[in-house]
Write a protein that binds this ligand. Structure first.
Ligand code: PLP
Length: 346
């Protein structure tokens, strides 16, 4: 058992969360005159369900967890931000990240005035267990694994992640934004086993709903109560709740997206590696491909001139020479490849 309460910031432990009258009232009310809303019904005049019960019910069926093990945020970025607010004392505490990885851990740490200890992934983009164990101290509150990892595309070694879950006194966050494209099972299966595990997923990738901003955190119910304590009262708007619920009814559509994108990824991996200027295509467990090229900046600019935007990661330590390319629709990928043929002929 890990003492999660002891990790919390004292002010968060002490504070009383915001509570609305409607939240406190149990039963069927006749009149809602408590929240200063406009009473004329247009479908949007009332505040939305602050705890998104219906949506969590559906997510709990799909993910095979209990509804009280789910927190929903304005993108998984909100969950990342709340973790800092709950656990990290500005100017005192620190967190661990494993670069090259998703940039928001650093940004969230900078906003919270929390130091970041970087323990780089090795040359195979895998965590170094010994280095990780040496990196934390009593003030290390969070450790971020991103699997499949952005921008490298690979899944991290699950045995190492589980070893860290056992050894580390703080919170282990496993960011699984790309898990739907992966051959690896989700760490959600371990939330009943490890008190200090938080798994992040999102509707922004495989579900095709980046615009509605819906991220999910899965953990034990005590941890989820901490998220609920500090979140803004109505953090998921009604339009998002309704759109997400509708999309989550049609799991076949998402399965189809995933199947097409995985076929396209396999094709692209092969086609990209056939270009003479491509030095390496890294194996991907996500919906993007990292590739190392001879002249990344020249290629990046050429693609921009041809109205194709990819991510230039060539200045990121560990990703020297690399561009990251999202797998597009079959038509988009053909356009990309035709443009790369032009680049070669240039
Ligand atoms: C690893 C990773 N985590 C989280 C996110 C953000 O997801 P969301 O749209 O749910 O905020 C991204 C977005 O690119 C990502 O790459």
């Amino acid at each position: 058992m890990k003492d999660i309460a002891a990790l919390m910031r004292p002010n968060i432990r002490r504070m009383k969360p915001y509570s609305s009258a409607r939240h406190e009232f149990e039963g069927e009310a006749e009149l809602f005159l408590d929240a200063n809303e406009n009473p004329f019904n247009n479908g949007l005049n009332r505040y939305p369900d602050p705890l998104q019960h219906k949506l969590k019910e559906r997510i709990s069926e799909i993910k095979r967890v209990r509804a009280e093990q789910i927190f929903l945020g304005n993108g998984s970025d909100e969950a990342i931000d709340l973790l800092f607010r709950i656990f990290c004392e500005p100017g005192i505490d620190n967190i661990i990240s494993l670069p090259p990885t998703y940039g928001m851990y650093q940004v969230a740490a900078d906003i919270a005035d929390v130091k970041i200890r970087e323990v780089p992934l090795n040359s195979e983009f895998q965590p170094d267990l010994d280095a990780l164990c040496k990196a934390w101290d009593a003030n290390t509150k969070l450790l971020f694994f991103c699997s499949p990892n952005n921008p490298t595309g690979n899944s991290l070694n699950a045995d190492i992640m589980e070893a860290v879950l056992k050894k580390f006194h703080g919170i282990v966050v496993v960011d699984e934004a790309y898990i739907d494209f992966s051959t690896q099972p989700s760490f959600i299966r371990l939330i009943d086993k490890h008190d200090n595990l938080v798994v992040l997923q999102t509707l922004s990738k495989a579900w095709g709903l980046a615009a509605i901003r819906l991220g999910m955190a899965f953990s034990n119910s005590s941890m989820i109560q901490l998220f609920n304590k500090v979140k803004a009262p109505y953090n998921i708007n009604l339009l998002t709740q309704e759109t997400a619920l509708k999309a989550l009814e049609d799991t076949e559509k998402t399965a189809n997206f995933i199947s097409v994108l995985l076929q396209e990824r396999t094709k692209l991996e092969k086609q990209l590696s056939d270009f003479s200027f491509v030095q390496k295509v890294y194996p991907s467990d996500a919906n993007f491909i990292l590739m190392k090229v001879a002249e990344p900046n020249t290629l990046y600019k050429f693609l921009l001139q041809n109205k194709i935007v990819v991510r230039n990661r060539s200045t990121v330590p560990g990703c020297e020479g690399c561009l990251r390319i999202t797998v597009g629709t079959p038509e988009e990928n053909i356009f990309l490849l035709e443009t790369l043929v032009k680049y070669k002929e240039n």
